[in-house]
Design a protein around this ligand. Structure first.
Ligand SMILES: Nc1ncnc2c1ncn2[C@@H]1O[C@H](COP(=O)(O)OP(=O)(O)OP(=O)(O)O)[C@@H](O)[C@H]1O
Ligand SMILES: [Mg+2]
Length: 231
């Protein structure tokens, strides 16, 4: 079953946030999900320790590069989706996780610094494709963007990526208080109190659209046999 890896050597670009948004969306639609917390800071394990985690979503932690592949393979046999959240550094762990990915999502904020780091992540994907002699689909996910404006810098980065045929998600994860609240209170967006958290419906719609696009991307990049089975 599909393994989705969130990776970027840059810290704080929204990997863990986007990973939890995706996992909780998939679980709320009945999917069984294992999240692998491969970050020694354990952001996912902390989130999971708070109330409200969907039952169909399990979080397991792994620390060693030796164990990451086995952990992914075992989880892929147990649940419909495996989501791996990596630490914000370039590491062997990231390379190994990518080697088992059906999709690598590379979050980046709309700055040139982030774009440069995203390119490093793409190079790592390409290196793993060569090493493991397999195609590893990937896409950039712009995060923490404004829902209201599309700044010039972001536009120029998007244009540059498009020119170089770098795949990008059409959907972006906007800057939302609700996404911070998710980590403060635990659980899902549906479980947050609309009286306490601003713009919850917009945050939920954004997360739904992101999860929908991930599913579409997985379907489009699956081998033909798998695609037929999924129909
Ligand atoms: N879309 C968003 N809206 C609002 N806040 C966000 C959003 N994405 C991330 N943040 C906040 O930015 C900070 C970093 O986000 P996050 O932990 O998801 O990034 P990361 O890439 O996983 O970081 P690291 O590399 O340290 O693992 C957190 O405080 C998080 O709450
Ligand atoms: Mg993180």
């Amino acid at each position: 079953m599909p393994t989705i890896v969130f990776a970027s050597p840059k810290g704080g670009v929204g990997k863990s946030t986007a990973a939890v948004l995706l996992a909780t969306e998939l679980a709320s639609h009945g999917g069984s999900v294992t999240m692998i917390d491969a970050d020694p800071n354990r952001p996912l394990s902390q989130w999971a320790s708070r109330p409200g985690k969907p039952q169909k979503l399990a979080v397991i932690a792994t620390t060693t590069e030796e164990s990451i592949i086995d952990t992914i393979e075992k989880a892929a046999q147990m649940t419909q989706f495996v989501i791996v959240d990596l630490e914000g550094t370039a590491s062997m762990m990231a390379g190994y996780a990518m080697s088992r990915a059906d999709l690598v999502i590379i979050p980046a904020q709309g700055s040139h610094l982030d774009a440069t780091e995203a390119v490093k992540a793409i190079k790592l994907v390409k290196g793993q494709e060569k090493a493991f002699q397999k195609k590893i689909p990937f896409a950039i996910l712009f995060t923490r963007t404004s829902a209201a404006i599309r700044p010039r810098t972001l536009q120029s980065i998007e244009a540059e990526f498009a020119q170089n045929r770098v795949p990008m998600f059409g959907c972006q994860i906007h800057e939302r208080e609700a996404y911070r609240a998710l980590f403060a209170f635990g659980g899902t967006l549906a479980g947050l109190d609309p009286e306490q958290v601003a713009n919850l419906p917009a945050a939920r719609l954004n997360a739904q659209m992101f999860a929908g696009e991930v599913i579409e991307t997985l379907k489009a990049s699956a081998p033909v046999k798998q695609r037929k089975e999924a129909v």
